[in-house]
Ligand binder design. Sequence first.
Ligand SMILES: Cc1cc2nc3c(=O)[nH]c(=O)nc-3n(C[C@H](O)[C@H](O)[C@H](O)COP(=O)(O)OP(=O)(O)OC[C@H]3O[C@@H](n4cnc5c(N)ncnc54)[C@H](O)[C@@H]3O)c2cc1C
Length: 457
Amino acid sequence: MEKRYIKEEKQTPVNYLCDTIVAGGGTAGIVAAIAAARNGAKTILIDRYGFVGGTMINGAGPLHSFFNLYKAFPGVEKVQVVRGIPDEIIERMKQKGGSPGHLEQEKGGSYDSVITLIDWEIFKEVAFEMLEECGVTVLLHTMVADVIKDEDRITGVIIEGKSGREAILAENVIDTTGDGDIAAMAGAPFVKRHDTTSVGMPFGMMNVDMPKLLHFLEENDMVNQLIRADKGSETDDVIRLGFELKKIPIFKEYMEKSGMWGPLGFSLYEGNYGYINAANLRAVDATNTEELSNAEIKLRRQIMTLSRMLREHVPGFEKAYVSWTPVGVGVRLTRVIECEHDMSLDEIVNGKRFPDEVMLYGFHDCAPRIMIKDGKYYGIPYRALLPKKVEGLLVAGRMITSEWDAHMSTRNTVSCMAQGQAVGTAAALCAKQGCLPRQLDVDKLREVLKEQNVFLD
Ligand SMILES: Cc1cc2nc3c(=O)[nH]c(=O)nc-3n(C[C@H](O)[C@H](O)[C@H](O)COP(=O)(O)OP(=O)(O)OC[C@H]3O[C@@H](n4cnc5c(N)ncnc54)[C@H](O)[C@@H]3O)c2cc1C
């Protein structure tokens, strides 16, 4: 059938003026908005959901990683590579009882030497508090539906929410939508890379007897990641637990047929195996409404089937029930926006440093198979966050890095947060100096980042 179109003519009120728009209040966006506002920019943060936190609190488990992989390389010094605003968030979380902080892995230290667990509800509280303190205007339940351009410069966005269609004009825009919606709408070149990876949907179960479960798994040599720590219980100290479920034949058959893996998980409270990451589907284009809808239905089916199987076949789960599922499919990779620099795997594993780097990072999600050599860490240059062909725009988060196995490092939560601090600070400096992101003095940006506790040594 021939494709049909309708033509719309609309008059849209300009309801907001600001310095910096941060589109997408996820992992990178929150930090970007805080950084921009603290550096003097009148900032508006927009998210389609009724909370901020994005994939980090709706799919990601432990935050990977504030540290280098020192445990895989005996004698190598332990270094906290990501500091600044991301670490400040964790400190606040600790104060509110929302995180046990940075924990060393007892087993699995060559995958990630230190992991950081957070309570998602307390994270929402902390994030809103920090955004409010620095005066960010937060627009929730709001979709960015289009962009406003003056030739090749983005000058604002069109939003749609319960108030209808509205325009926001700004000095610059940061795209932290994960999928690069804004950059794509503004005409930045991009490639789609969903074919190289999978979408997923972790879930949580209550009433799990964690010590009994661990005992069974250890007896059957199934544990691959473990941390024990005080979680305020007299009997239960199992906080991080990953295991090979496919060692049980009935699970192997079902999981292989449906594409599931793991699981990897964590438990912050007694009896609550709050994060179980196993449901998985390959090659879904999450920028396609129908594909995304079908994935949502299939992943939810995987969760419910697996949870029933766990209850039936695995000691510790006898009385358990599903108590949490995320707001939607967890998306790893869709559009990758073409930027002035594209991080390569070679640069990552060799710990490459750049004169214009604005953050450092030391984790790779394929470790120990792919590791950053000698427990080193690499830099991400400012250019990697600067899209080609569109002026007035910066990007951060899982929409950078086109090689799949390089993306397996840069896309992780703590990297996205650090990228957020870099672009937020850059956007504020641009607004202050009346320049475009492409014209910004990167030495000045690095100086400000260092003053604000970003580790760049
Ligand atoms: C299943 C799964 C498990 C993972 N496990 C881990 C893990 O254990 N550890 C780890 O470190 N990382 C993990 N990751 C990776 C990590 O969570 C993500 O790569 C990272 O959080 C992405 O951050 P981001 O800010 O780029 O995007 P997101 O956090 O996805 O944020 C994008 C935000 O933009 C909003 N948005 C999108 N489009 C629009 C629009 N048009 N208008 C308005 N708002 C919009 C969204 O609502 C969202 O809040 C996992 C990812 C998945 C999917």
